[in-house]
Design a protein around this ligand. Structure first.
Ligand code: FAD
Length: 351
């Protein structure tokens, strides 16, 4: 039996909930389908020591401030999970889980959403599936032949079980710096970055990142020169554990190696470092395989969007994946505005 809703939202993380909040405000009937067994999206799976890079009040979804976490300026991931769980309940958002969307298809006036719990049909679809589910690993020669243990940001949990190990952490972004800081005290750490690490000034946190992303979007939208956005400030927010490890001289980075050996890594000049574990903090790609049947990818592999609406399928919106779907839309505070615009555009479409 095919179930129907005016709008199907795919994904029940923060972006899906923000979409639900605004659809509800406009009186649009919808359902949220989420592959996870519990609320919280990717925050349920992030490593244990992670803290947000903004204070609670600057990490809020529309309608409800995130309450402060007692004793912490920068809340931890568990606090975010509790906030999202409460948000979902408070607004009685209709989330069905665990339901995995397998494919979205055109079906006359409707979009048909095939899931592992049966099909849905909808007049519009908002995809909010995030990036956590599609970790990116660079094609480094020798990677398959490595005889040790390989982890990615998504599979790293804590230093437990890694004490004393020879570990190579790859990546000069926030994940790489924070995981390197986590491991700097009790392992033989080699931290490798493609370019020298660029720490943001110590007094800059997620608030400034949000402002920089917004200023960039405004400049581009009004035809003014590109301000450089977040990238102009640096790559790594100096959250307290990163700052501490850096100040103790424990976060010295080496350039990227040229190949992986069975027992370590090697640089172009022949220098080698032994390793029994490599942790790839090398980023993510949008998790969009469920949209393959719509054949939206252009020649360069990108899906063209106008705001959040896909150019080649106006009944489909992409929300929360990064600046290309709204400034800072992949953050808690940044997703509210594109979610509101998305709901408004869908209301117009349904009229
Ligand atoms: P997700 O949280 O990934 O939620 C997507 C949901 O969709 C999941 O529940 C998933 O199971 C589901 N899903 C996926 N595919 C399907 C499918 N086919 N069918 C059904 N459901 C599906 N942001 C901040 O604001 N502050 C920070 O300090 C911050 N720190 C970060 C640190 C790290 C290491 C990372 C990786 C990100 C950080 N972010 C931060 C960014 C961002 O807030 C998170 O990545 C957030 O989880 C993105 O939310 P989302 O709803 O877009 O995606």
């Amino acid at each position: 039996m095919t179930l129907t809703a005016q709008v199907v939202v795919i994904g029940g993380g923060q972006a899906g909930l923000a979409a639900g909040y605004h659809l509800r405000r406009l009186g649009i009937e919808f359902v949220i389908l989420d592959a996870q067994a519990a609320p919280g999206g990717a925050w349920q799976h992030i490593w244990e020591s992670l803290h947000l890079f903004s204070p609670a009040a600057y990490s809020s979804l529309p309608g409800r401030f995130m309450p402060p976490q007692p004793g912490q300026i920068y809340p931890d991931a568990q606090h975010v999970v509790e906030y999202l769980t409460d948000y979902e309940k408070r607004y009685a958002l209709p989330v069905e889980r665990p339901v995995r969307v397998l494919g979205v298809h055109r079906d006359g006036l409707f979009l048909r959403v095939e899931t592992d719990a049966g099909p849905w049909q909808a007049r519009a679809v908002i995809s909010t599936t995030g990036t956590w589910w599609r970790p990116f690993l660079p094609a480094v020669p020798g990677r398959e032949a490595f005889e040790g243990h390989q982890l990615h940001t998504v599979t790293y949990r804590s230093p437990d079980g890694l004490h004393g190990r020879k570990i190579v952490v790859v990546g000069g972004g926030n994940s790489g710096a924070q995981i390197a800081a986590d491991l700097a005290y009790d392992t033989q750490l080699t931290w490798v970055t493609q370019r020298p690490p660029r720490f943001l000034a110590d007094d800059i946190d997620g608030r400034a990142l949000f402002d920089a992303a917004t200023a960039r979007r405004r400049a581009l939208d009004s035809g003014r020169p590109d301000t450089g956005g977040v990238a102009s400030l640096g790559d790594i927010v100096a959250v307290p554990p990163v700052r501490e490890a850096r100040d103790r001289g424990l976060l010295k980075a080496s350039p990227m190696f040229s190949r992986v050996l069975p027992g370590g890594v090697e640089w172009t000049d022949g220098t080698r470092a032994e390793a029994d574990t490599i942790i790839w903090c090398t980023g993510f790609r949008p998790a969009l395989s469920h949209l393959t049947p719509l054949q939206l990818r252009g020649r360069r592999g990108h899906i063209a969007v106008d705001g959040t609406r896909t150019v080649d399928e106006p009944r489909l919106h992409l929300l929360g994946y990064g600046d290309w779907t709204g400034p800072a839309s992949a953050t808690l505070i940044g997703v509210g505005r594109p979610a509101r615009d998305t709901a408004r555009q869908i209301a117009e479409l349904l009229e």
